[in-house]
Design a protein. Sequence first.
Length: 427
Amino acid sequence: MNKQAFFTSQLANWLFEVEWHYKTLLGASIVCVTHLPDDVNEVINELLVAHPTKPPLSDITEFLAASDRIDSWFIRNSSQPRITRFTLKQGGMSAHIRKPLPEINSVGELAKWLLVSTTELEWFANCWRNDASTPSHLKHYHYDFLEKRNGGIRLIEKPKIDLKRIQRKINDTILSTIETHDAAHGFCQGRNCVSHATNHVGKRYLISYDIADCFHSISWPTIKNIFRSLGYSEQVSVYLTALCSHRVQLDHKTLRLFTHEQRIRLKQRHLPQGAPTSPALANAALHQLDVRLTGLANSLDMDYSRYADDIALSSNVHRDWRFLESVVGGICIDEGVSLNYRKTRIKRPHQKQRLVGIVVNTQTNIDRQYYDALKATLTNCKRHGIESQNREGHENLRAQLLGRIQYVKSLNKIKGEKLERIFSEIA
């Protein structure tokens, strides 16, 4: 087999492994090939025109072997493209734990450990299918609907008190022992949004991506694999997964508030946004994504970090970084999540570089819009009473506002002290 035949055969294998979508196919090509010619995008377009849906592997190989563009790659005198054998499929997640886990060898032992009967465990696990017509007292979750700033609805799934107690025990005793990747800064002890932003201060280029519906994209098989990787049996892992996941039970009218893709995710078992176990499980599920994006960043002389669903890469190297979206998007899809491409941003030094509400151009600083909005809220609380501003129904708005003020103060002491003075005048 000559070089070109070997190349087309290997490239066909990689393209066959990923989702049949332009950006994913282009990302796979960029990741696994060095000296990739500039017209690779045309090859991908021609492939999709010839095969709008994913064909058998043999058809992909045949198409690439007959491509005049690929022929020209090997006729040119310049460096020929070469497969790097950078596999898109990695080994399964293996959790690294900091301390011994509770020994639970059966469903009966799990019930005993959670201080419930076996019947109650079955009830809380809720493995049978309920629907929107199920009475509310037989359901384990309350739903809150919050309007996003950029449109759309955010669904908060809040477990009721007894299930929440169970989830907290699972989180505090089992999930809290899992070591998180160094690049993860959300829901991690000793790391937060400020440490996430600090990684990217003063960089020439800041590229940010957003994982679409992050919690809802992490489904039953992924969650169960996490518990299995901790050493728990299949049966125990199934019940732990059931206790930490949820399938929404909403009527058709309410479901129409969400996009088609969101409805598909919500109607299957997923991490509920609002459960105490979801953040740790999300970090564990995205561990391999962090590993791969860290490796990608290192190979491109970049810095990488992730705060929950916010991905950031930065560099001082002058380059057209638009190609990176396809690479990152392909790796994300390969790891079971996808990017919200509408939120991709590439910021240069003359633009405001902002991550999770923190400006990072020259130093970490509070975003002016965030500061002005909080100042206006505090002023209205002072004039009209604190409950006049409790539009989202916080149980303790005063404590929530004080926490936001301390956040501002951690980034800008002078502005934080100004907000403290207004807060002290609220009745």
